[in-house]
Design a protein around this ligand. Structure first.
Ligand code: T5A
Ligand code: NA
Length: 212
């Protein structure tokens, strides 16, 4: 017999937002929903990928042990994504969905918040595979700073976090993004996200080609 149902590509789902808004927590939860509840082959990825050569330099910068020019750092973060371009496409084309913790928009938001030209920041990202669904986790900076482990890395300062939030909300978030009130119990946030994902799958989000 011939297989009549064509294999669908995976869905690329991205979580964005400032520090400590609960991205990794929701990535984990959505991974469970997709892989266990819906039975879809799913992979979890995060940027920066601290395991690669560029990731090693980035990690040491974030832990305050290396000094780097702001633009050089920006290019390293971008290169860290370009390094994984082929892997991302391979996974999606083989039918694996991806739940991704930060991507291009983090790169732009954090660098633009330092005062680097917005368009220059965005230029390096053009041509990378684009997400199908973006969740922006939104909450007050002050409330996020009260969450666990805040303050150990370089960027975890309230004033800088406010600038990052400002760049996201004035220049990056648009009507195609899903803005989620992140200042609620974990399960409540997950429930809203799962519903949006279920609806998007039902509406055939995978039927269009992967954008780059
Ligand atoms: N960066 C990144 C750039 O400058 N350029 C780039 O191109 C990229 C990709 C590292 C830094 O790099 C910068 C941005 C970052 O500053 P990272 O490794 O993603 O990026 O940072 P992490 O420190 O791992 O993660 P975040 O600080 O962003 O935190 P999350 O993932 O948003 O939050 P999460 O889920 O770890 O939760 C934080 C705490 O809150 C609790 C959790 O249990 C945890 O203790 N929590 C909640 N508490 C109450 N209610 C809820 N709903 C909660 N959800 C989570
Ligand atoms: Na995280």
């Amino acid at each position: 017999t011939t297989e009549t149902t064509e294999m669908k590509r995976g869905i690329f789902i991205l979580f964005e937002g400032a520090d400590r808004v609960g991205k990794s927590t929701q990535v984990q939860s959505l991974f469970g929903h997709l892989s266990t509840t819906l039975g879809l082959p799913t992979k979890q990825l995060r940027f920066p990928d601290r395991t690669t050569q560029t990731g090693t330099i980035i990690n040491s910068y974030l832990q305050n042990s290396t000094q780097l020019d702001d633009r050089a750092l920006h290019l390293l973060f971008s290169a860290n994504r370009w390094e994984s371009k082929d892997t991302l496409l391979k996974h999606l084309n083989e039918g694996n969905s991806l739940v991704v913790d930060r991507y291009s928009y983090s790169g732009v938001a954090y660098s633009a918040a330092k005062g680097i030209d917005f368009d220059w920041c965005f230029g390096c990202e053009k041509g990378l595979p684009a997400p199908d669904l973006i969740f922006y986790l939104k909450m007050d900076t002050e409330d996020a700073t009260k969450r666990g482990d805040y303050g150990n890395e370089r960027y975890e300062k309230v004033d800088f976090q406010k600038k990052i939030k400002e760049v996201y909300e004035s220049k990056l978030v648009n009507s195609s993004w899903n803005v989620i009130n992140a200042n609620r119990p974990i399960e409540e946030v997950s429930k809203e996200i799962n519903e949006i994902v279920d609806r998007s799958i039902k509406n055939g989000i995978q039927n269009k080609p992967i954008q780059c």
